[in-house]
Design a protein around this ligand. Structure first.
Ligand SMILES: Cc1ncc(COP(=O)(O)OP(=O)(O)O)c(N)n1
Ligand SMILES: Cc1nc(C(=O)O)sc1CCOP(=O)(O)O
Ligand SMILES: [Mg+2]
Length: 343
């Protein structure tokens, strides 16, 4: 083969690679765009995906398509089991973000042999996809939060992981690690183990009070009380894509939570509870007020169990947070299932 033809040979293969990866990037962006449009109904994110897809389309050149040779492509018969598996919607989004990022990385590398500008544009877009992935994860966290009707707030327990796993196995999708007494090193270790457990079950995991522990264990967010750090401090530390909730007991506290943009609020205590001794019940009156005034999902909390959950729902709660009803249940899995059934 002459040196000229070997150059042509390499160039033709690069065109083939660029053709495949330009198509791969556009296909992945289309899949993300469909969820943004029809799933999240987010015009802004849909427009972002559409613009990125159109830009990638503008990078195609006739010589790239002319180099296509699907008949002799050994990859068409290759498949990995993980490519067929999508455990949930989030897995679809993550898989297609990765598909676009990988395709852009290939275009960036092989584009250097063909056209430097193409390589530079692919690199710049790859960072835009990282941002889009965070936005989708954030939207995904908030959409998952809205879907979570039952919230387990843990209490200290000798078999804490076992109890939480039993509740997760019944379909629980929202857990908060709350332990006011434990030393930090132990709390961090426990938080990391709970975070891993919740991720395995596709559940959101938050930490009570402590933004530092939430950050350190990679939690999906933090729950702040009235005496905890301001919301903007928590968001500065955790980043804009994590969930921050706030306890409320009165219209004034709810107004503050609305004003600071809490992603959800606790509304309680509905009934006086030994889990939070010394705090007077806010009762159904405040629950009814919160139903009218809360600007985010709210979880009724305080003394709730299967004996009164129906009454709490009837008084205006769509979502419940419990401690003892699960943590002290003889059968946490059955208790969780029964509460979920009532919601
Ligand atoms: C969902 C939910 N609501 C309220 C609380 C109470 O938070 P806690 O830190 O236990 O008490 P305060 O800080 O609000 O006094 C919660 N943990 N979860
Ligand atoms: C952690 C907590 N916060 C409350 C609030 O009103 O902010 S009441 C509460 C304790 C809830 O425990 P149980 O489900 O065992 O009654
Ligand atoms: Mg607190």
């Amino acid at each position: 083969m002459s040196s000229e033809s070997s150059m042509d040979w390499v160039e033709t293969r690069c065109h083939r690679i660029l053709d495949a990866n330009l198509d791969r990037a556009r296909e992945g962006l289309r899949i993300l765009e469909e969820w943004c449009r029809f799933g999240l109904e987010r015009a802004d994110l849909s427009a972002t995906c559409k613009a990125l897809r159109q830009e990638v389309g503008s990078w195609h050149r006739p010589e790239f398509r002319q180099a296509r040779d699907t008949t002799h492509d050994p990859g068409t018969s290759l498949s990995h089991p993980q490519e067929r598996q999508r455990t949930d919607l989030n897995a679809v989004l993550l898989a297609n973000c990765a598909r676009v990022q990988e395709a852009l990385r290939v275009i960036e590398e092989y584009g250097k042999l063909i056209e430097g500008d193409l390589s530079d544009r692919a690199k710049a877009m790859r960072y835009q996809i990282y941002v889009l992935e965070s936005q989708l994860q954030s939207r995904d966290r908030l959409s998952r939060l809205r879907q979570a009707r039952l919230y387990l707030v843990t209490s200290p327990h000798p078999r804490l992981l076992e109890v939480v796993e039993a509740a997760l196995s019944a379909g629980l999708k929202l857990v908060q690690y709350r332990d006011k007494q434990q030393e930090d090193a132990t709390r961090l270790e426990t938080a990391c183990r709970l975070a891993e457990l919740c991720q395995r079950y596709g559940a959101l995991f938050l930490v009570n009070d402590r933004v530092d522990l939430a950050l350190a264990c990679g939690a999906d967010g933090v729950h702040l009380g009235q005496q905890d750090v301001p919301m903007d401090v928590a968001r500065r530390i955790l980043g804009p894509d994590r969930i921050v909730g706030r306890s409320t007991t009165s219209p004034e506290e709810l107004a503050r939570a609305n004003a600071e943009g809490a992603d959800y609020v606790g509304v309680g205590p509905i009934f006086a509870t030994p889990t939070k001794p010394g705090k007077a019940a806010a009762g159904f009156d405040y629950l009814g007020y919160a139903r009218q005034q809360a600007q985010q999902p709210f979880y009724a909390i305080g003394g709730i169990d299967v004996s009164n959950a129906a009454a709490v729902v009837a008084a205006g709660a769509d979502r419940l947070a419990v401690v003892r009803a699960i943590m002290e249940a003889p059968d946490p899995k059955a208790a969780t299932a029964e509460l979920l059934q009532m919601l």
